[in-house]
Design a protein around this ligand. Structure first.
Ligand code: SF4
Ligand code: SF4
Ligand code: FES
Length: 733
């Protein structure tokens, strides 16, 4: 990298040498001078100079200049409002102008106390108003979605929200309507703002115009605590503040980690916290007393019962992890099972081959890549949402983003990721498009390889591909786990015994099954094992299919109620802090109690750093080449009817399902069809279609034609795919 050219800039008589092209706002900050801003936000792209709050005097220029639109040049002399009366007068005038129509309702505005406009008015604004006429008013609040309210009269037209919608999330749903004094912010055609990242505009808005509806009139700034923690709802591990008031979580805000999330959160992470207070949350241990019924029991009785059930299992114990546990919870459970109960079998989601760590890079490296390749059938935005934003940022920065899946820029059959990886690694006999791509990747210095799917042995296959392509510094491999802490849980399990251990037995009775967390139930093996287990112990926040066979159900905690560490998809260990106390002893305490009764000590608090934290970064090495061939791509088009591919929507899971304002985000009962298949059947978007599986199960869904989807494939969210077989017949109703 070439050394940047340094230039000399003077800000309020302080001279600084700084790289040429640095923004003047940052240059002034480096001199210890703050220039007030509203519209300026570097994460939104090029400055727009909309608010004029940053007016400064630049030597040699007759008029005041918007500092946010200028960059450091040699011999530039800048005077801010701190030393220039002209700049100070300009800023006062701008604030007076902004406040012309802005209501003075800080005492009951939810932004009050945390509001840049309020703060800057106090610091820089006129002490009084000269305006004695009615201000502009609108109906309020306008619910632009169930989670966001717009108080339009407070808007200062900084365009941060529309720039986010257009230039970061690229959902294009927020627009500025009309011109001049009539300009207003609205959603496109007044439709609800339904997008994965909509909540970010409530943090970007520098006034109380866009606010989370879920926080409206819930708290005042002097009543709250902001606890720094890490979101535990997907493998990105965004850094967040959990705002608490009177022991309850009231809001989630971003705590910008520039390498992980760049300050953006998805709506699941931002709005799901209310599930902690769901009416049907399990609050005390439940013991099965009848075939289909449970009775609440005291904690002591539950611990006794658990010790009895596990003790009588005589080593035949299987642990089904959800991948949502902290490293410490998973470690305690793993030690109890492997070292105490003599068991070696577990369901460990996301047990990725450690070779992937050889190609670790921060998520931010995706933005700097020259070529990004996305493999796998699961939509990245549903599995690890913020990764989608990094990919968009890469594309805007000029990267080639190549997606290879049934709806990708290279359309392939469902389940082809492993085969494609093999073709790219050994392109000798591969189809021409993969040979060309393999050549391009080998000639590219900065490559981001993203694998989004549950393909068999994907960690090892992905690492083998990365090695074959010679991915070096500046490149990164990102195998997206299915669960939030799948990587940490699998290292905790491995560290407690000898490596991976065993797969759960395929048949026969087992002594005991421990189902750890609601999401463990998503693995179909859990239901099958439950039926064969003499004793099933489940920790869960809610009752559901995963508790159907349980003999003992313990209340589970949320990530907002835990202290511990987690490992995100990059392999980065991060600290989760308890924002609120769980209303009962947490899982660690319970298993410590059970261990004590069995004479197997399990520390209720981690007394040594978790194995994931101790792990050293392995070198970028070549894992052994894959000797066995990749599975062939699925023969779509040759089976009867259309091949069904399903995916897990971001807005699914027991937590989201209990947050009523997020109901509008849940996946619609839609079937995506390719243009060719829709055309063949005379189907258009919005038509009702009957989808019939090979087993004769039929269901009516709404059609959505997806021009990117490969012919012969239809796609539907898991929620609406119940009972469908791999191939379906589709017809217009
Ligand atoms: S709604 Fe907020 S973010 Fe959007 S333009 Fe108005 S003040 Fe700016
Ligand atoms: S992207 Fe993942 S980690 Fe980040 S806020 Fe959303 S669910 Fe949480
Ligand atoms: S911050 Fe410079 S014009 Fe808005």
């Amino acid at each position: 990298m070439s050394t940047p050219e340094l230039v000399t800039v003077t800000v309020d008589d302080r001279e600084i040498r700084i790289p040429k092209g640095t923004g003047l706002i940052e240059t002034a900050l480096a001199c210890g001078v703050e220039i007030p801003v509203f519209c300026y936000e570097p994460r939104l792209g090029a400055p727009v100079g909309a608010c004029r709050m940053c007016l400064c005097e630049v030597e040699g220029m007759p008029k005041l200049q918007a500092a946010c639109t200028m960059t450091a040049q040699d011999a530039l002399v800048l005077r801010t409002a701190q030393t220039s009366e002209k700049a100070a007068e300009g800023q006062r005038a701008i604030l007076e102008f902004i406040l012309l129509n802005h209501p003075l309702d800080c005492p009951d505005c939810d932004k009050g106390g945390e509001c840049p406009l309020q703060d800057l008015t106090f610091r820089w604004g006129p002490g009084n108003t000269r305006m004695h006429f009615p201000k502009r008013t609108f109906d309020k609040p306008i619910p632009i979605s169930p989670v966001i309210s717009l108080d339009r009269e407070r808007c200062i037209l900084c365009y941060r929200c529309t720039r986010f919608s257009e230039g970061v999330a690229e959902d294009m749903q927020l627009v500025a309507r009309n011109r001049g004094a009539q300009s207003i912010i609205a959603t496109f055609e007044d439709e609800p703002y339904r997008a994965h990242f909509s909540g970010n505009v409530t943090e970007l808005c520098p006034v109380g115009a866009l606010l989370p509806a879920t926080y409206r009139f819930r708290a005042r700034p002097w009543e709250i605590d902001n606890v720094p923690t890490v979101c535990g709802l997907c493998p990105v591990g965004c850094n967040v503040w959990a705002t608490t008031r009177e022991g309850k979580v009231a809001r989630i805000l971003s705590r910008n980690h520039p390498e992980v999330d760049d300050g953006w959160l998805c709506d699941k992470g931002r709005f799901t916290f209310d599930h902690l207070r769901a009416d049907d949350r399990i609050k005390q241990p439940l013991k099965r007393v009848r075939r289909r019924g449970f009775d609440p029991v005291a904690w002591e009785e539950a611990a006794e019962e658990a010790a009895r059930g596990l003790g009588e299992a005589e080593g035949s114990v299987v642990v089904a992890f959800s991948g949502g546990e902290t490293n410490e919870q998973a470690g305690a459970l793993a030690r109890l099972a492997r070292q105490g109960l003599g068991s070696n079998a577990a369901i460990v989601p996301d047990d990725l081959d450690p070779a992937v760590d050889g190609f670790r890079a921060p998520l931010a490296a995706i933005r700097d890549a020259e070529v990004c390749v996305v493999l796998g059938d699961e939509p990245v935005v549903d599995r690890a949402p913020v990764v989608d934003l990094w990919l968009r940022a890469a594309r805007r920065a000029g990267a080639d983003v190549i997606t290879i899946h049934p709806a990708g820029s290279i359309g392939v059959s469902p389940g082809s990721a492993a085969h494609v990886a093999r073709s790219l690694a050994e392109p000798g006999t591969a189809p021409p498009e993969f040979r060309e791509l393999a050549d391009q990747l080998r000639d590219t210095q900065r490559v981001a390889l993203v694998w989004s799917g549950d393909d068999h042995d994907r960690g090892r296959r992905a690492a083998a591909l990365a090695a074959a392509l010679g991915l070096g510094e500046g490149s990164g491999l990102y195998v997206l786990p299915r669960t939030p802490n799948g990587r940490g849980v699998s290292s905790a399990w491995r560290a407690a015994g000898e490596g991976r251990g065993e797969e759960p037995p395929e048949d026969g009775e087992i002594g005991a099954l421990i189902v750890s967390g609601d999401e463990a139930g998503y693995d179909p093996r859990v239901a099958r094992l439950s039926e064969r287990a003499r004793f099933v112990l489940t920790t869960a926040m809610f009752m559901g299919d995963h508790t159907l066979w349980s003999h003992l159900v313990l209340p589970g905690t949320s990530y907002l109620e835990r202290d511990g560490t987690v490992v995100n998809l990059e392999g980065r260990a991060q600290r989760q802090r308890r924002a609120v106390d769980p209303p009962f002893p947490d899982e660690l305490e319970f298993f410590a109690e059970v261990g004590e009764r069995l004479g197997l000590p399990v520390s209720p608090r981690p007394d040594e750093p978790s194995p994931a934290l101790q792990a050293e970064l392995p070198p970028r090495s070549r894992p052994g080449a894959l000797s066995e061939p990749a599975p062939p791509p699925s023969p779509n088009g040759t089976g009867p009817g259309l091949e069904l591919v399903t995916y897990r929507s971001l807005f699914s899971g027991p937590g989201v399902e209990r947050v009523e304002p997020l109901a509008f985000q849940r996946p619609r009962a839609e079937l995506e069809l390719s243009f060719a298949d829709a055309d063949d059947r005379g189907i258009s978007t919005g038509d009702a279609v009957l989808v019939v599986g090979a087993d004769g199960v039929g269901r009516e869904l709404t059609a959505r034609v997806n021009r990117r989807l490969r012919a012969g494939v239809v796609r539907v969210a898991d929620e609406h795919a119940d009972g469908f077989a791999r191939h379906v017949e589709v017809g217009k109703v």
